[in-house]
Design a protein around this ligand. Structure first.
Ligand code: IVH
Length: 679
């Protein structure tokens, strides 16, 4: 065999491997090799093609960014028009649709439908000849679209070559090009970073903007993806296709990604059930969908139903509530949070969006207001997607009233008049008033009493506001100094409710160290960090005296969090409040500080933990380390003890085999002299 022949065979084999891995990764969503191994194959192909350019073909996986920037897009007339869909907004509409179909077909039996998400992106038609991608076009006006072949070839979920034998065939497939939420957020972040001054309003616009780049090299770095939903021409394909599902299967086998939330359902009931299911799933999907599309499954039914105007009679788009609406900004206010962060909020003319009535939208920060140039009186597009807070995405400038003035961001706190200061990135504005600011005080108290903190049932926002506004309480410690007559004297309080609140305050005094730390509201110390601190220090005093270095040695605590903890305990007024709280009787069961004696069981020993213990893992580890032992993760002949909790895994079995001493938690506590003191 000549060298050339050998190289050509090697190149062919690499391409096939890469294509097969693309199929496993993109279509089946089950990669069988690591990214690093994939990259290695890819680089090997690239370097061989570089050395032997005579073997490069346009379908090679390396040729996604092939052509130079275009002057403009040329027009392509679609072989078959790209239609739109009729819309439905209610269950009644769906029942009427199914009835119309049954009447027309003159059948009484169940009719099957394919139900699949209506993806919120751009429809694209792609033609493959002999299995090779030769053309891609936008929908355009439905009859004529634009030639975006070079751009579509850069999308990794679009195969350049179909899997299987497609010699002698010409097929046309259609689908939706989308951008995921994550891709969209990342793209906007990059746009900000590169100061392009261009931000996309939503993933759909971002996908459209990315597809309409004249330079395919730009499209190539945009996070575009594609799902295929229709097979419109299949000349030369000798499979017997009877249903829409057969088409989807053919596409999937050919390497064209089909949406995984696709189902076969029966009648209107089946359709409506899927709509319900996907409406719930919608929030958790990685991309936007704006409804469900139902398509009659049997192709001969589709054929006889035909089209009306510009939409098929056999398909229906059952829409979800819109996620974007226009409304008017009635005012712009700023809110002061627990840490003093100042967040501007747009008060809106109430509008129904994403299934709920929205009357406030966040404007995030000062630079966001400047970027949007949002003003009182403006007509704006607001968006509520998933569980994110509603936000203003765009101002419709041509609807702006002449009198509208730019919003002036406050230079002093609207609540306490302290100076507004900025963080190092100049983005987050903060009130510098600390606990002098009643807004910060109120928010701090709401946090202190909340369920995951001190859990004082019945001390709601309204009461806290009254207590602060009437200067009855000045710090969280004052909560524990309240007496019944004072509480009963507040608005909407009576003797009984005052007693209930007194009881709840009393009950909250028995807490845990983790809850107490979380309740203090130390910047950057959330629930998980509070738990980690409690596990590590087991009592408050050593945490209060810990330095930056010790704090950073705790898993998941970085320099910023450590610094914030040190700063907090350096403030005299924080220490005063903590003392008052402890004096009022707040306490928690503590793990006794261990008396470390040299001759304890674990000194110098290697210990492995397995199964679920009644104490947090971190605490068990800390105990052993304090006693001079070492905790490792796997059992070997060097292991001295294996401590087993509930449902131990293979480690216990291995210990048994190796003859390592196995002890349970009770024995561990005994050996460690670990008693829980309940105070
Ligand atoms: S089928 C004749 N299926 O919706 C059938 N369209 O309103 C035409 N779309 O232009 C399309 N997801 O951009 C179909 N699963 C889906 C879809 C879908 C999104 C879009 C497509 C089309 C528009 C029609």
């Amino acid at each position: 065999m000549t060298d050339g022949k050998k190289v050509s065979i090697k190149i062919q084999s690499l391409r096939e491997q890469i294509e097969e891995h693309n199929y496993y990764y993109h279509v089946l969503d089950k990669p069988v090799i690591t990214d690093a191994d994939y990259d290695r194959l890819f680089r090997e192909l690239q370097s061989l093609e570089h050395e032997y350019p005579q073997f490069i073909v346009p379908q090679s996986p390396t040729q996604r960014v092939g052509s130079k920037p275009l002057e403009g897009f040329s027009q392509i007339k679609h072989d078959i028009p790209m239609l739109s869909l009729s819309n439905a907004f209610s269950t009644d509409d769906v029942f009427a649709f199914v009835k119309r179909i049954k009447d027309r077909l003159n059948i009484e039996n169940e009719v099957e439908f394919i139900a699949e998400p209506k993806l919120d992106g751009l429809a694209v038609s792609i033609i493959y000849e002999n299995g090779n991608l030769i053309q891609a076009a936008t929908r355009g006006d439905g009859t004529t679209g634009e030639d975006i072949t070079a751009n579509v070839k850069t999308i990794k979920t679009v195969p350049l070559k179909l899997r299987g034998d497609f010699a002698g065939t010409r097929i046309e497939v259609r689908g939706e090009v989308i951008m995921t939420h994550q891709g969209f957020a990342e793209l906007n972040r990059q746009q900000d970073e590169q100061e392009t001054g261009k931000r996309y309003v939503n993933p759909r616009n971002a996908a459209a903007g990315s597809l309409r780049q004249l330079d395919p090299a730009i499209t190539a770095v945009r996070p575009l993806e594609m799902y295929f939903y229709s097979l419109d021409q299949y000349h030369g394909v000798d499979s017997q296709l009877e249903t829409q599902l057969d088409k989807l299967k053919l596409m999937k086998n050919a390497g064209l990604r089909v949406n995984p939330h696709t189902e076969v359902v029966a009648d209107a009931e089946g359709c409506v059930a899927v709509h319900q299911q996907l409406a719930e799933l919608r929030e958790s999907l990685a991309y936007d969908i704006d409804g469900i599309v139902y398509k009659v499954n049997k192709l001969d039914y589709q054929q006889s139903l035909g089209f009306v105007a510009r939409a098929p009679r056999w398909a229906l788009a059952h829409k979800f509530p819109a996620q974007e609406e226009t409304t008017i900004v009635n005012s712009i206010e700023v809110q002061v949070g627990r840490t003093g962060a100042i967040t501007p909020v747009a008060r809106l003319e109430p509008v129904f969006v994403g299934g709920v009535t929205v009357s406030n939208a966040t404007l995030h920060n000062k630079s966001e207001i400047e970027r949007l140039d949002v003003r009182v009186g403006d007509t704006v597009i607001i968006r509520r997607a998933g569980d994110v807070i509603p936000e203003v995405v765009e101002v419709i400038k041509n609807k702006r009233p002449k009198s509208a003035k730019p919003f002036v961001f406050p230079t002093s706190c609207p609540v306490c008049d302290s100076e507004v200061v900025y963080d190092s990135s100049e983005i987050i504005a903060r009130c510098s008033g600390g606990l002098f600011c009643s807004a910060q005080l109120k928010e701090g108290m709401k946090h202190f009493v909340s369920r995951k903190a001190m859990d004082i049932d019945g001390l709601g926002s309204k009461l806290i506001e009254q207590l602060v506004d009437t200067k009855t309480i000045h710090t969280v410690a004052d909560i524990y100094k309240l007496d019944k007559p004072t509480i009963a004297g507040l608005e909407r309080m009576a003797d009984k409710s005052a007693q209930n609140l007194m009881d709840a305050i009393e009950k909250s005094k028995t807490s845990t160290l983790a809850r107490f730390l979380y309740a203090l509201g130390i910047n950057h110390v959330g629930e998980t960090t509070a738990q980690a601190l409690a596990n590590h220090f087991t009592e408050l005093n050593s945490l209060m005296h810990a330095d930056q270095e010790e704090l950073e040695s705790i898993e998941d605590i970085g320099p910023i969090v450590a610094q914030s903890i040190v700063n907090f305990f350096n403030e005299q007024h924080n220490l005063d409040v903590i003392n008052e709280l402890l004096e009022s009787g707040i306490d928690w069961p503590v793990t006794e500080k261990i008396q470390v004696s040299e001759d304890n069981t674990f000194n110098g020993k290697t210990v492995v933990l397995t199964g679920t213990l009644s104490m947090p893992r971190e605490q068990a580890k800390a105990t052993i380390v304090n006693l001079g032992g070492k905790v490792t993760s796997s059992v070997s002949k060097n292991t001295d003890f294996v401590i087993v909790g509930d449902n131990p895994g293979s480690k216990a079995a291995k210990a048994e085999k190796l003859g390592v001493e196995i002890i349970d938690e009770t024995v561990f506590r005994e050996y460690a002299n670990l008693n829980i003191r309940s105070s």
